[in-house]
Design a binder for this molecule. Sequence first.
Ligand SMILES: [Zn+2]
Length: 272
Amino acid sequence: MTPRFFDIHAHVWDPAFNEDRNAVIARMQEKGVASIMIGTDFKSSQDSAMMASFTDEGIFASIGVHPIDDIEARFLVPLFDQLTEGKRVVAVGECGLDYSRLDEVSDVVLEKERQRKLFEMQIDFALAHNLPLMLHVRDSDKALADAHHDILAILREKKKEAGENLRGNVHFFSQTFAIAREYLVLGFTISFTGVITFSREYDEVIRLTPLDSIMTEPDSPYVAPAPYRGNRNEPVYVEEVVKKLAEIRGEDFETVRAATVQNALRVFNIVV
Ligand SMILES: [Zn+2]
């Protein structure tokens, strides 16, 4: 069945859902919300893959290692190889570069190098398994766009050999249209969270990006959209993100809803 909404980035394995995880999933199913569970290390990747395997439909998994959630976390290829054999594993990540906490490390050059290697391993893994990437990219400063510039340079280099096989989505997009355009040229999409319901910072990039390159995610359990701000976030709130996208773009809700679902099905190669 074609989902009514597609939340492309959720962490429902998070302890924030320990009390009522089944009820959260039941609400998703009732509302027709499909969701991709995102791993940030091996354990949560395994949890994501399990959730996808044990649910009838509507739950998918992305497996990978986050750049800074746990700096000890490794991307051990044979272990992740096994996870790709599970049902509905549709992406690799969240992976990427995060420069938002470089002021806390003793050697910035080494830390950037560590992140770059971890990321490149996952790009190669995604290519070997013909899966799209779920990118996590945070700059040290928006004006510098340093993490984005570094990621784009890596992707451009990889693109030369990999061609169309190299693809994916930039999750929690937090940059300008000038940066978005660089990803679009490479065939990547961008996704927006509940932040767009209470900050006007992204209105321009939302208006300028073609509708076929936009996806939606509330990023549960973090940053709930208005009117749920301050509460724990959950996948069904994706509807608020769709509403706001439509409002900002001046398009009707139904057009934006249907397009964001189709985009997710296309990018993550999901047949319904
Ligand atoms: Zn995430």
